[in-house]
Design a protein around this ligand. Structure first.
Ligand code: SF4
Length: 914
């Protein structure tokens, strides 16, 4: 590479542009319309993740290296044989929102068009399937009506179940800029007081799962206060009366009780034309108090929000996983959309419902039919004309006629033997799926498992065939972000070893299975052209998704393609903008649909486990886990608990805690926070077998799903928590990674020169020769490495340091009490450092260097500024603002992700004692 390459960040659905310089330094793209020169901590650390040393580089078959031809022929043969013996529904693909649109398109064409099954689902099922289902129910098609400019133009932004400060940081920065510019108000609806809630004008800590009750209450309030736009509804929507009726009872039970009274026909307040005769909810409508009680919030606070929403024309409701990952996720989406339809606030500047997607290409997957219940190009299984059009376009007589299995059902079918061959691409379901232990059982029992990935994962460990995939920066294609903007991802480096793009792997298998013409593409541009042409095929305005203007793009045009928003139909030269302000919904009559959303409260027993993201990690950490800077923000998976819940369970701050659900248990460090609601705990989703002995929290998450979208509820598993007896504590630093078997509970933290492991003994420390063997296994040293050792058996202390070629190769500190361990910040820089003879005696003290504020846990990943450094600076320099911190330390001046934490530190340090 001799020139800078413009590409897109591979993480979240914001879809930021980045520029890669010839020396592989990576900066924000100032010209990309999605981020306009901003990046978050993850994007800013991308260069640190380009290390190839842990990549998969060669295909393996049954654990042995193989060449590509043999590996792909085996895949094709086993799929063909399985289909011949058991039918097309006996095989499946499970793909990913990390796939580029071209990868997705080819996989979907192979499964739905030629194998003849719809058993292809994607990890986007875990991310935004409820938004897809909600959009289809309300608009007739999976379409996000708004654009990012709305974030600048809104007067009120309502964030529902969306910790944008951590999960979509660049949009959060954009919102903060809008607040500074013209005072946009922000309301956060979230059970947790997140970093986003900390910055909001109003935080409503609603009870988990009560979103439908709240938005039903809002719909009733809008109606009662005369804020419904009857003229817009009359022209552009239908079903208002039914939705209002459903919204006018707090729970399903109430609704059934009230059904008889609705028949009395009392006239409601508001437009008579909107409520069918004889179905008036007058007299029994929800009140602020009943809604507040159901949501567990202060009625005054709720009324304040309802009033803000009612009085603000430019209002956006932004939602993500707190809404989608729910057993009532689709109803939550429609309850939100109902309020926007009722006020006609959709598709106008600064107004509308806005789903932000988790993954970089969840939206692109939706465009090509990556979900088991969709066909390509937003065509529908339930529409015979769509099926006929797709069959003709693809020349695919075997086109699947009915939807396939959604993710949870799909792995259940693997477990019970209905699916006998599965190909998993760019995702790690053995860690990320709910009931992940059951997924592991399923894969272990499956006769044929293929995994394509960039890195070894918990899932690839269970595969018969492992195919090394080209990753970010190594392949070309497109992605679509949350505002329908399609951007190019461009290659700027060679894939390591023999790694290949996923689309090429699927295309080759398609050819080997006998469909040479249908899978003949030679470039990703050729795949994109076909995808674009299909979007316009038999469309005639029936489907909003249409990018047929790009159907003839040549190789040079594809290489130079600039980001654009769909729709972009043939003949159009300007990108898509806001949609639906004047109706024109892709339904049979052009009208949007209000959807009745009766409220079903969550059953409550014990604690409720909520899982989600933390600021500096991405999914199962295959990429972000390579960056010591990103690891330093939260080095160990925690269990956030309210102090009162912890006290009731006998759990103290930092205690190793067993979290138990019906699916099993995991061990996590308790972190006591007043920002948690009573009765609810939170654990991050990221850690896997490769980073912690306890493995992923997904193992204990239940697999309850939304009945419409099939999206699992990852935020409401009944759980209990108890402290774990720890017999000894330890710190281990060594050059090598890898699991430590089950010697003790461990968490691995990558550091600059190797790995640090935090250890917790679940059994007493062994003695005598057993102790030496125990230490030796942990240190994993080359033969003949020199050891220094000191032990005090009476106090249960062991300290070992190993020096090789004059540098510290590894060290191990074990102590009965955690206070007997050296300071991590002082220890980490010792690994790999030269050890002069004069300092050898200091090795076993674990303090060859002084701990400095520069070596502790970092709050600002961009500039490596530690929490202690910020605290120190605020206290000694009497700093009163984030801006002052930025001037002194630079923290918070780049991506801004750490600003909420900086504000918290300022408040905390400056708060008078008592
Ligand atoms: Fe990447 Fe961060 Fe932008 Fe998301 S917000 S696309 S993670 S840089």
């Amino acid at each position: 590479m001799t020139e800078p390459v413009h590409t897109a960040c591979p993480y979240c659905g914001v879809g930021c542009g980045v520029v890669v310089q010839p020396d592989e330094t990576i900066k924000a793209d100032p010209l990309h319309p999605s981020n306009r020169g901003r990046l978050c901590s993850k994007g800013a650390a991308l260069a640190a993740t380009l290390d190839d040393s842990t990549r998969l580089t060669v295909p393996t078959v049954f654990g042995r290296e193989a060449d590509w031809d043999d590996a792909l022929r085996l895949v094709a043969d086993r799929f063909r044989e399985t289909i011949a013996a058991h039918g097309p529904d006996s095989v499946a693909f499970y793909v990913s929102g990390q796939c580029l649109t071209e990868d997705y398109y080819v996989a979907n064409k192979l499964m739905k068009g030629f194998i003849g099954s719809a058993n292809i689902d994607t990890n986007s099922r875990l991310c935004m399937a409820s938004s897809v289902a909600g959009h289809v129910r309300a608009f007739g098609e999976d379409v996000v009506p708004g654009v990012y400019e709305d974030w600048d133009e809104a007067d009120l932004v309502v964030l529902v179940g969306s910790n944008t400060a951590w999960c979509h940081p660049v949009l959060h920065q954009r919102l903060q800029a809008a607040r500074s510019a013209h005072g946009t108000k922000v309301v956060v609806l979230d059970p947790r007081r997140t970093a986003t809630a900390e910055t909001a004008d109003l935080h409503i800590p609603l009870a988990p799962g009560s979103d439908v009750a709240l938005f039903n209450g809002l719909l009733s309030y809008l109606y009662r206060t005369g804020k419904v736009d009857a003229a817009w509804i009359d022209r552009h929507a239908s079903g208002f009366a039914d939705a209002l009726e459903a919204a006018s009872a707090v729970t399903v039970e109430d609704r059934l009780c009230l059904a008889g009274e609705f028949a009395l026909g009392q006239r409601p307040v508001g437009s008579p034309s909107l409520v069918a005769k004889g179905r008036s909810p007058a007299g029994m409508e929800t009140t602020i108090e009943t809604v507040a009680a159901e949501c567990g919030v202060d009625p005054e606070v709720l009324e304040t929000f309802f009033d803000m929403f009612a009085k603000t024309e430019r209002v956006m409701t932004v939602y993500s996983q707190g809404v989608n990952q729910s057993s009532s996720g689709t109803d939550k989406v429609n309850a939100i959309v109902n309020c926007h339809l009722a006020t006609g606030r959709i598709g106008r500047p600064g107004a509308g419902p806005f789903s932000v997607t988790g993954q970089p290409n969840a939206m692109g997957g939706r465009e090509v039919g990556g979900l088991a219940n969709q066909l390509a190009a937003h065509m529908r299984f339930g529409d015979a004309a769509d099926r006929a059009a797709l069959r003709a376009f693809w020349k695919a007589p075997a086109l699947a006629e009915t939807p396939g299995l959604k993710a949870v059902e799909l792995f259940d079918a693997v477990l019970d033997g209905r699916i006998k061959a599965i190909w998993i691409v760019a995702t790690n379901p053995a860690a990320s799926m709910p009931r992940a232990g059951r997924v592991r059982e399923a894969l272990a029992a499956c006769p044929f498992v293929v995994v394509s990935d960039c890195w070894p994962t918990d899932t690839s460990a269970l595969a018969h065939v492992v195919l090394p995939a080209a990753g970010w920066g190594e392949k070309d294609g497109t992605v679509t972000n949350s505002e329908r903007r399609i951007s190019r991802q461009r290659a700027f480096r060679r894939p390591p070893g023999q790694a290949r793009p996923d689309w090429r792997q699927f295309a080759e298998v398609g050819r080997l299975m006998g469909w040479a013409d249908a899978f003949a593409w030679q470039t990703p541009a050729a795949v994109f052209r076909e995808h674009a042409a299909l979007s316009g095929h038999a469309n005639d305005g029936r489907r909003v998704f249409d990018i047929s203007a790009m159907a003839d793009v040549d190789e040079a045009g594809y290489a130079a393609m600039q980001p654009f928003r769909w729709p972009l139909p043939a003949g159009s030269s300007s990108e898509g903008g806001r949609l639906f302000a004047k109706g024109g919904f892709p339904t049979s009559d052009g009208r949007a649909r209000f959807v009745p959303t009766p409220y079903r409260p969550l059953p409550r027993t014990g604690l409720l486990l909520n899982t989600g993201r933390i600021r500096d990690q991405w999914h199962t950490m295959t990429r972000t886990g390579l960056s010591p800077a990103l690891m330093s923000h939260t080095p160990e998976p925690m269990l956030a608990m309210h102090p009162a819940d912890a006290a009731a369970a006998g759990i103290v701050q930092g205690a190793l805690t067993r979290l138990t659900t019906a699916e099993g248990n995991v061990l996590l460090r308790a972190e006591l926070r007043h920002t948690q609601r009573h009765g609810e705990v939170f654990a991050p989703m990221h850690w896997t077998d490769l980073f912690a002995s306890t493995g992923p929290v997904g193992r204990v998450v239940s697999a309850a799903v939304d009945p419409i979208s099939g999206q699992p509820d990852l935020k409401a598993t009944a759980a209990t928590a108890e402290p774990v007896t720890v017999y000894f504590h330890g710190l281990l630093l060594r050059r090598t990674g890898g699991a430590l078997s089950d010697i003790c509970h461990w968490v691995r933290v990558p550091v600059t020169e190797g790995q640090m492991y935090r250890l917790a003994g679940l059994r007493p420390l062994p003695v005598g020769g057993e102790l030496t063997r125990f230490a030796s296994a942990l240190l994993d040293l080359p033969a003949g490495t020199e050891w220094l050792e000191v032990s005090d058996k009476r106090r249960g202390v062991l300290r070992v340091a190993a020096v090789s070629d004059g540098a510290l190769e590894a060290c191990l500190f074990l102590a009965a009490d955690a206070s007997g361990l050296p300071n991590e910040a002082a220890l980490i820089p010792m690994l790999g450092a030269p050890v002069p003879d004069a300092t050898r005696t200091k090795l076993l003290a674990g303090r060859m260097y002084d701990a400095t504020a520069a070596e502790g846990p970092k709050v600002c990943a961009c500039f490596g500024v530690t929490r202690d450094a910020v605290r120190h600076a605020v206290a000694t320099h009497h700093l009163a603002s984030v801006q002052q911190i930025g001037v002194l330390l630079r923290a918070g001046t780049n991506c801004g992700s750490c600003i909420p934490e900086l504000e918290e530190i300022v408040r905390d340090v400056r708060m008078p004692a008592g």
